[in-house]
Design a protein around this ligand. Sequence first.
Ligand code: PRT
Ligand code: ZN
Length: 299
Amino acid sequence: MSSRDRLRIAIQKSGRLSDASIDLLARCGLKFRRSRDKLFCFGETLPVDLLLVRDDDVPGMIAQGVCDLGIVGRNVLLEQIFETGSDRAAAPFREVRPLGFGHCRLSLAVPDEFAYSEPSQLAGLRIATSYPNLLADWLERAGVEAGVVTLSGSVEIAPRLGTADCICDLVSSGATLAANQLKEAAIILESEAVLAAGSVMPGDERGELIDMLLRRIEGVIQVRVSKLVMWQSPRASLDAITRLLPNGQRPTVTSIEGLDNQVSVQAICNDAITWQHLEDMKRAGARQMLVLPVEQMLT
Ligand code: PRT
Ligand code: ZN
C-alpha cells in the first residue's frame, strides 16, 4: 500500500478533545505507535493514521485533502464553514456525526447588571468573540445590527477592559462567566465534538475503511449508554414492567423451573437507567434486578 492508501484522521494534539478522541478511536480497535510530541501517529492495527494538530487546523486538513476525517468541536467546524462563505451543503468539509463528548454552548453573555430579554437590546453594542462568523449569522437571523469585535482569546475580560459591552464565547459549567461578573443570555450554538469529513467520500479502500469506522463508532457510542437489564417477576406483570424501561428493546423471557407464574427476563436498554427506573420496576413487581454494562455491540 502506498502511504495515501491509508486513511488519515486529524485530531487535536493537546487540549480538551485530545484524550477523548484517542480513547474513542482505541475503543474502535485502532492502536497507534504513539509519540505525542510528533505530528504523526502510525496505525498498527488498521491502515489508519493520525495527524495531531491544533483544533482550528482540523477542517483545513480535510479541505486540503491531507486528512480524510477529523475530530473537532462543532463550533470550530461551523465557524470555518461560514468563513469559507459557502452554505453548509457547498462547504469543503461537513459534520458526519456527533461524538458525545466535549459538550459546550456558544453563548451570548452580558454583564450581571444587564437586564437582557431579547436580541434587539444588542443593537449598536460591541460584542467580543472568537466566533465572528457564527455570531454575525445569529445577529443577522435576529435582525440586529451590532458591532462584532474579534478576539483570539481572553474574550471574557473584554467588558471589564471596556473593549466590548458583552461577549459571545463557549460555556460549559458557567464558572468562567460567573468569575467575570457575566451571565449567559442566549445560546447561539449547542456544540460537542463531531466527526468531520470532506464533502466527497473517497471511493477507494479508504471509503470502505470510513464505513467500517463509522459502524464501530456507532457501536462504541451506543454501548456507553446501553445496559443489559435482568430481573424476575410474575408473568402477569411483564408488560407493565417492560413499559418502564427507557428505550428498551423487546425482552427475552425465560421460565423458571418449579415456579409456574414467574419469569426471568432480560432486555437491552438504549437509554440511561436510573435508580428511579429500578424503584418503579420494583413497585410494578420486578425482583432480583441486575443492570449490566455492555462491552461491545454490533447490530
Ligand atoms: O491549542 P488548540 O487550538 O488545539 O486548542 P484550543 O485552546 O483552541 O481549544 P480547547 O482545547 O480549549 O477546546 C477545544 C474544544 O473543546 C472547543 O472547540 C470546544 O468544542 C470544546 N469545549 C468544551 C470547550 C469547552 N468545553 C470550554 N469550556 N472549549 C473551551 N472552553 C472554555 C471557554 O472558552 C471558556 O474560556 O472554557 C471556558 C468556559 O468554561 P466554563 O466551564 O467555566 O463555563
Ligand atoms: Zn484552537
